[in-house]
Design a protein around this ligand. Structure first.
Ligand code: KG4
Ligand code: ZN
Length: 350
């Protein structure tokens, strides 16, 4: 295996079909087809539709990727694919596609934990510092990790019910905003001069690092109805600002609590679709100062394949691969640590 293997990454865990090429921490090419429009009419992702779309799109997207990169398939050193968590049918399409490529090309395959990959996207084009804290905040997850190295992540806290992005998307539906609503809510929040109404900062009266956002979702939907939205457009920016503030302040309290438990940590990384929010980034940057908060570029916060290819190239460079029999793991099941080491000597991690 070369020191800097060329890794083809494949992402199909939810409603984005994506492929990317990464070598040595640099993104060489990527393609992404969002199915958001297809699912928008249902107000959320329809699993069966998502799987069929992945199946339809993967082959043509691979051709486009290789053409853009000007590289033949035979040049790939490693195939990396998201194995979970996600929608099982969607994951299976990507995993079967990746296994077929790995088998046909006689290359190693690496199965990637989607949530770890989100955080590792912070290391594209810049070195990551360990140990550090990581916050994944997306449509399906809100989780805090202690990150010992690019490979060793320990989950410290998680959402007990809804994720922060779910609150944004479901409230956005009531507000008449297009699905997924996170970006539009962020834009309205930034345009508001003040908050309208008052929403809870949920599940803070405890000593743990978990989250519970379902109460905030109900409160935000009730406030929207009370304010006569979507008709009363004058109230929209203020409500978006209050909702964004409620999420950002809740995240900040738990992150500061985690930092107090690990006083030697000098960096916090944040990734996942909601990490693209300008208002949430700004609030957390100020709240955690002087500890820097580092996020991927906004385009690499949401689901993408660059993060999968990067995670794969890091594991490959460290001498790991997976057996072709590895399983896709749906949401709610623990992802096994079953990577196989190709090296005879023990690994040194950063
Ligand atoms: O990471 P992601 O693409 O998919 C999951 O793994 O869930 O995250 C999607 C979530 C959605 O809830 C979407 O509304 C939210 O990220 N999102 C944003 C922004 N862009 C996407 N939330 C706030 N501000 C944004 N700019
Ligand atoms: Zn994601």
């Amino acid at each position: 295996m070369p020191d800097f293997p060329l890794c083809l990454g494949i992402e199909t865990s939810c409603d984005e079909t994506a492929l990317a090429l990464v070598r040595g921490g640099h993104l060489l090419a990527s393609v992404l087809a969002s199915q958001a429009d297809v699912h928008a009419i249902f107000g959320g992702v329809v699993p069966e539709v998502a799987s069929r779309e992945h199946l339809r799109l993967l082959g043509p997207l691979l051709d486009i990727l290789l053409e853009r990169a000007g590289m033949p398939l035979s040049q790939m050193d490693i195939i990396a694919v998201t194995r979970g968590p996600g929608l099982l049918g969607s994951l299976l399409v990507g995993v079967a596609f990746a296994k077929a490529l790995a088998l046909g090309l006689a290359r190693p395959i690496i199965a990637i934990n989607h949530l770890h990959a989100h955080l590792l996207a912070c290391g594209l084009d810049q070195p990551m510092i360990f140990p550090s804290l990581g916050l994944v905040v997306s449509g399906g997850h809100t989780e805090i990790y202690f990150m010992e190295s690019t490979r060793k992540f320990t989950r410290l806290g998680r959402s007990l019910d809804d994720a922060a992005g779910e609150v944004l998307d479901k409230t956005g539906q009531i507000l008449g905003l297009p699905y997924p609503a996170g970006r539009a809510i962020d834009e309205h929040a930034q345009a508001a001069s003040r908050s309208t109404g008052s929403l809870p900062r949920p599940y803070l009266n405890n000593i743990n690092l978990d989250f519970s956002f379902s109460g905030l979702k109900t409160a935000a939907i009730n406030l929207a109805v009370e304010l006569d939205l979507p008709g009363n457009t004058a109230a929209l920016p203020g409500l978006c600002r209050e909702l964004t503030a409620a999420i950002a302040e809740t995240l900040a309290v738990k992150l500061k609590r985690a930092l107090s438990l690990y006083p030697h940590i000098t960096r916090v990384y944040m990734a996942g679709g909601v990490a693209a929010s300008t208002s949430i980034r700004q609030y957390l940057q100020a709240a955690l100062s002087p500890i820097p908060l580092i996020c991927p570029l906004p385009a690499l916060c949401g689901d993408n394949a660059a993060m999968v290819a990067h995670a794969g190239s890091l594991l490959g460079a460290d001498g790991f691969h997976h057996d072709l029999n590895f399983e896709a793991i749906p949401r709610g099941r623990v992802i096994p640590e079953d990577a196989i080491s190709d090296r005879k000597t023990p690994h040194q991690f950063a």
